[in-house]
Ligand binder design. Structure first.
Ligand code: ARG
Length: 275
């Protein structure tokens, strides 16, 4: 069975404000280049055996291309495939959520609404599954709030899915997916400087092998890659990263995302895997 993955074409992609420190006021987007990079990502995913599905982009939603954030996608033996809608920090991004919720609803996903109140939760920006679906790692501190993650944790406890909160402290790694990438059930790629000391100790306890990126590698989104069928799609590569991937039997595939990095996102942020 090919892995299904959801993406959103970058038709209205732009940098119009500064939601994170990667977004600079003087940034201007080359739309044609962004479109070509997005197409190359689709091709790289298909070459890795994935089946690409798309959602129709909506005008005026400059960040809708980052398909990882609007909902958390899950699977559970008892209830099947489900989503948890996000409550995004930024108003323009919050407006993307209903488009995605409708997309999933039309495809039979159960919707689990967590009553977040004034708290925030930003989908797979901050919530990542262990590859075997046994637990969820949950970053908080910049986007998702600690209380938002706790509310999510109590909703998941009803399904008996453990949630591991991790406190993020490096503003360039404002989402967990910028500093945490499971490579397989035993190995994870992280940037240790992105966590507080207690969180890094907790994180390590769940993995047999913890591979560490340098600050420079992490800030260039090399931990924001996509693992698919023995490949690691990454925006850049270094001999250090290649050695890590080699140890885990993964082959690096470089996919340029320079236009999207101006918005603080790269490969992992641009897709959602579907169960
Ligand atoms: N400009 C977007 C934002 O700041 C980028 C989102 C990147 N997504 C991610 N999963 N890290 O919200």
């Amino acid at each position: 069975m090919p892995k299904k993955v959801l993406l959103c074409p970058p038709s209205y992609f732009d940098v119009v404000d500064q939601k994170n420190p990667h977004m600079l006021e003087e940034s201007s987007i080359d739309r044609l280049k962004a479109h070509q990079q997005w197409q190359a990502l689709c091709s790289a995913l298909e070459d890795a055996g994935c089946q690409v599905e798309t959602i129709t982009p909506a005008p005026g939603h400059e960040d809708m291309v980052f398909a990882a954030n609007q909902v958390f996608v899950g699977f559970h033996q008892g209830i099947g495939k489900f989503i948890v809608p996000s409550r995004m920090v930024h108003a323009s991004r919050q407006r993307e959520v209903p488009f995605y919720v409708d997309w999933y609803r039309q495809r039979g996903f159960k919707i689990i609404e967590v009553n977040l109140g004034r708290d925030h939760l930003e989908g797979h920006g901050d919530l990542l599954w262990h590859p075997d679906w046994s637990r969820i790692y949950a970053g908080y501190g910049f986007r998702s709030t600690h209380a938002g993650v706790e509310k999510f944790r109590s909703a998941m406890s009803k399904l008996e899915i453990p949630v591991v909160p991790l406190h993020l402290v490096d503003r360039y790694c404002y989402h967990l997916d910028t500093c945490f990438c499971p490579l397989n059930n035993e190995a994870v790629l992280i940037y240790p400087g992105a966590y507080d000391p207690e969180s890094i100790a907790v994180l390590r306890s769940f993995w047999k092998r913890v591979h560490e990126l340098t600050a420079d590698e992490a800030h260039r989104f090399m931990g924001n890659g996509i693992v698919a069928n023995g490949r690691y799609l990454t925006p850049y590569s270094t001999p250090h990263l290649e050695a890590i991937l080699g140890e885990e039997g993964l082959h690096p595939v470089v996919v340029d995302t320079s236009e999207f990095e101006k918005s603080g996102g790269s490969l992992f942020c641009m897709k959602a895997f579907l169960p």
